[in-house]
Design a protein around this ligand. Structure first.
Ligand code: 3EB
Length: 363
């Protein structure tokens, strides 16, 4: 068998492809082919929409303002195949989910109650659905924590959330360190705790950032229970259109926040961190799959007044496919955070094989 045949065979494997799209809020879903299914979505809205309706509806609308980049506000996850929606009632906790052959998107929203318990119960319910549906590998997680920087009985709410998440992961046998999913944790001003997850039948490859201490190794000064996420997760795909999920990335070097009070310096540091993650991911892939200008995503800004400065800086970096949201960030000295996705071109990963084919053809 020659390389050409190998290449064709690898494209015919029966695993499914996942895609991401960002569209304006006015656009409604219509698949590019009848076979393409909408697996899930997350976008901000300031309208009061109930997120706990009993109808299966795995779209998470977060109570946040869009400050700019409205043409990229709706984040859609889709698959090349049919999807089925359902929900699971786990002792009064309602998990809405959509499942396709190789992927599952699920959301849970809980009313405002003691946060550590809510976090444990939300994750417990989600992980049970993943296991029951045989889609156990967490790829990307979104956490929305009301009043994330406020204190409840002397403990910061983000830390209470972390304790609940860690206990649920431990209980379900999920990793407490290497191999964790990509994630973000943002603060909202209203509503209850909301968590959305994207999971797969296959796992992604966790990517860390050499400039940053891994989240699960943060020292105790940030809370007794460290967060658990990877800086990025690389999903290989049969089409070659690999996805890179980049976690919320802020101005943290080592484990410390840098540039407290200086939003522009924080954005620059966040971009430095993303470049380091991209470099690491490209090295792991052994090919230049991802670049800054090819990323799409969201920029979360604590103070709306900082939006013009932040967006001008990112545009100048060639980061043109971003939406800007007003949100709180998990440390009270962080003023901005960037979350992003990279989608590789199929030919990029197969470049070495194409070269072999070319050489074979021309010699
Ligand atoms: C940081 O690097 C910034 O708790 O799931 C970023 C991404 C952050 C995910 C999480 C937190 C989380 O520590 C905060």
């Amino acid at each position: 068998m020659n390389d050409w045949e190998l290449l064709i065979l690898s494209k015919q494997s029966n695993t499914q492809n996942l895609s991401i799209r960002y569209v304006p809020s006015a656009v409604e879903w219509s698949g590019s082919s009848p076979d393409q299914g909408l697996l899930g979505g997350i976008w901000p809205t300031m309208g009061a929409e109930p997120t706990t309706a009993r109808a299966p509806r795995p779209f998470l609308r977060t109570p946040m303002a869009c400050l700019g980049g409205e043409q990229h506000v709706k984040q859609w996850w889709s698959v090349d195949g049919p999807v089925a929606a359902d929900f699971t009632d786990d002792g009064g906790i309602l998990v809405s989910w959509m499942q396709a052959q190789d992927f599952l998107f699920a959301t849970v929203s809980l009313p405002a109650q003691p946060l550590e318990e809510q976090s444990l119960r939300a994750y417990r319910a989600l992980l049970r659905v993943l296991q029951a549906r045989q889609c156990p590998h967490l790829l990307r997680v979104w956490n929305f924590v009301p009043r994330i920087n406020a204190f409840d009985d002397g403990t910061e709410r983000y830390q209470l959330f972390n304790t609940g998440r860690r206990n649920a992961f431990r209980e379900a046998g999920y990793t407490l360190n290497d191999g964790a999913p990509a994630a973000c944790a943002l603060g909202t001003q209203s509503g209850g705790l909301c968590v959305a997850v994207l999971a797969g039948t296959r796992c992604a490859i966790a990517i860390e950032n050499p400039r940053q201490v891994s989240s699960y190794h943060y020292p105790k000064q940030y809370g007794t229970d460290a967060p658990i996420f990877s800086r990025a997760a690389w999903l290989r795909q049969p089409s070659g259109e690999d996805l890179l999920f980049i976690s919320g990335t802020a101005s943290i070097v080592g484990h410390r926040t840098l540039h407290a009070g200086d939003t522009l310096a924080q954005v620059k540091e966040s971009v430095n961190n993303i470049e380091a993650v991209l470099h690491n991911a490209n090295q792991r892939a052994g090919a230049l799959l991802w670049s800054l200008a090819g990323l799409k995503g969201r920029v979360d800004i604590r103070h709306a007044a900082d939006y013009p400065m932040v967006s001008a800086h990112l545009l100048a970096q060639g980061m043109t496919q971003f939406c800007f949201l007003e949100a709180d960030i998990c440390r009270d000295d962080l003023l901005v955070e960037i979350e992003a996705e990279g989608q590789a071109f199929a030919w990029a990963r197969d470049l070495d094989r194409w070269c072999v084919v070319q050489v074979a053809l021309f010699t």
